[in-house]
Design a protein around this ligand. Structure first.
Ligand SMILES: Cc1cc2nc3c(=O)[nH]c(=O)nc-3n(C[C@H](O)[C@H](O)[C@H](O)COP(=O)(O)O)c2cc1C
Length: 338
């Protein structure tokens, strides 16, 4: 069964192909530190056999939080809690990734005015963001670098830069939200500049032997926005310094989306083939057969199960058991598996 085969990316060997994608739990206090809940929540998915756990969007600065209860890595004070969390995850056999994020204009944190490439709000319910100047843009790239350095100290195996879902980096990439006339707006090269600078900054501290990924929205589902061909061009601009692309879609601005099981897999497949880089497929995937179809047909290298793993932390163990696969189930659970 392909789903349960090992996978190696740089120095990280994952015991199977199942990923828990980043999912915000909004369960920190307003300091961004790890709480008991996070240890139990991620620990349970590690015990349940998940190969790679990518921790929820973790803010690189306070005004980059989606909410005031997001996790953060903008201070050295955050390292200790994350170190414990990582030990928990790895102690139960999973690999630990972290998604580094800046919410841009979609920040609802009360700590500061949100920031964006252009002063356009997400919708009438959101605040008008402050348009970043050139110096401020450079400072945010540095914030990603400092957070990546702390992630290394905390022991994470993988860093994922959040460039999807209408948050700051995606706001630079998409013509829907980026109306700048300087070197950060207009052409695809200009819109990709901030992402490139963030990757470069992170690479200064994140070692070459550890995997670095980005998460992208492969389409904006809006006329004039990013589409499948444009995301291929964007990935081709930055892929040299990356090891994998986590392929999601949407959320740059309110839009109609046609949702069905595996609706984003086509983009993971397209990027894998046209950019020649490994991908993670995600989006309304829950059944074992569906996972096998994606992996065996070479449409993606790993498969992420989001809400399904919230519903069923033991997805991997249960499905291995259903497939009569011999494995070492947790000793404590021996009566639950045949
Ligand atoms: C509660 C929740 C929180 C989420 N938070 C994040 C996040 O922090 N970062 C991110 O990139 N995507 C986030 N997502 C999107 C998921 O990672 C995933 O792409 C999405 O749920 C689709 O996959 P699924 O159908 O398997 O759940 C979130 C989704 C949910 C349900």
């Amino acid at each position: 069964m392909k789903a349960f085969e090992k996978y190696t990316l740089k120095d990280m060997e994952i015991k199977n192909r199942i990923v828990m994608p980043p999912m915000c739990m909004y369960s920190s206090d307003n300091t961004g530190t790890v709480q008991e809940f996070h240890k139990m929540h991620y620990g349970a998915r590690a015990i349940g056999g998940t190969g790679l756990i990518i921790q929820e969007a973790t803010a690189v600065e306070p005004r980059g939080r989606i909410s005031d209860r997001d996790l953060g890595l903008w201070s050295d004070d955050h390292i200790e809690g994350m170190k414990n969390l990582v030990q928990n995850i790895k102690g139960y056999g999973a690999k630990a990734g972290i998604q580094l994020a800046h919410a841009g204009r979609k920040s609802e944190s009360r700590s500061a005015i949100p920031v964006a490439p252009s002063p356009i709000p997400f919708s009438d319910d959101y605040r008008i963001p402050h348009e970043l100047d050139l110096e401020e843009i450079k400072k945010i790239a540095e914030k990603f670098k400092e957070a990546a350095k702390r992630a290394l100290l905390a022991g994470y195996d993988l860093v994922e830069i959040h460039a999807a879902h209408g948050y700051l980096i995606h706001e630079f990439l998409s013509p829907i939200t980026n109306k700048r006339t300087d070197e950060y707006g207009g052409s695809l090269q200009n819109r990709t500049r901030f992402l490139k600078e963030v990757i470069q900054a992170v690479k200064e501290v994140w070692p070459d032997d550890k995997p670095l990924t980005i998460r992208v929205s492969a389409t904006d589902y809006l006329p004039g926005g990013i589409d499948g061909d444009e995301i291929v061009r964007i990935v081709n601009e930055v892929k040299d310094r990356l090891d994998m692309i986590h392929v999601s879609s949407g959320a740059i601005a309110p839009a109609e989306m046609n949702l069905y099981p595996g609706y984003q897999v086509q983009y993971a497949e397209k990027i894998k083939k046209e950019c020649d880089i490994p991908t993670i497929a995600v989006g309304l995937i829950k059944d074992f057969d569906q996972v096998e179809e994606i992996l065996r047909n070479g449409r993606a290298d790993l498969v992420a199960l989001g809400r399904e793993i919230l519903r069923n932390p033991n997805w991997v163990l249960s499905n291995m058991n259903n497939q009569n696969i011999e494995t070492k189930y947790p000793d404590q659970y021996f009566r639950a598996f045949k």
